[in-house]
Design a protein around this ligand. Structure first.
Ligand SMILES: [Cu+2]
Length: 86
């Protein structure tokens, strides 16, 4: 993920994973400022808390569905994880 500044966002903005195949997702803050990965909809919630530059956050999705997340510091940043049943 990267971000900060107009147009900054998670990359890629949407991913699709399959339970049992690739359902552990790691975010890496490749930016120079802090961000968060914070869910705001979906079957389960997750929150990285503060991620400084270079920090990583890993979450394993075990329930199928569509998850939306954002950055608590930059409200324009949004991402999506689509989790499919294995
Ligand atoms: Cu941010």
């Amino acid at each position: 993920m990267y971000g900060a500044g107009t147009g900054g966002n998670y990359a890629p903005p949407s991913i699709t994973v399959v339970i049992g195949i690739n359902n552990t997702v790691e975010w890496v803050n490749n930016d120079t400022v802090a961000h968060t990965v914070t869910s705001n909809s979906g079957p389960a919630s997750f929150n990285s808390g503060n991620m400084n530059a270079g920090a990583t956050f890993t979450f394993t999705f075990t329930v199928a569905g569509t998850y939306e997340y954002y950055c608590e510091y930059h409200s324009w940043m949004g991402g999506q994880v689509i989790v499919e049943a294995g």
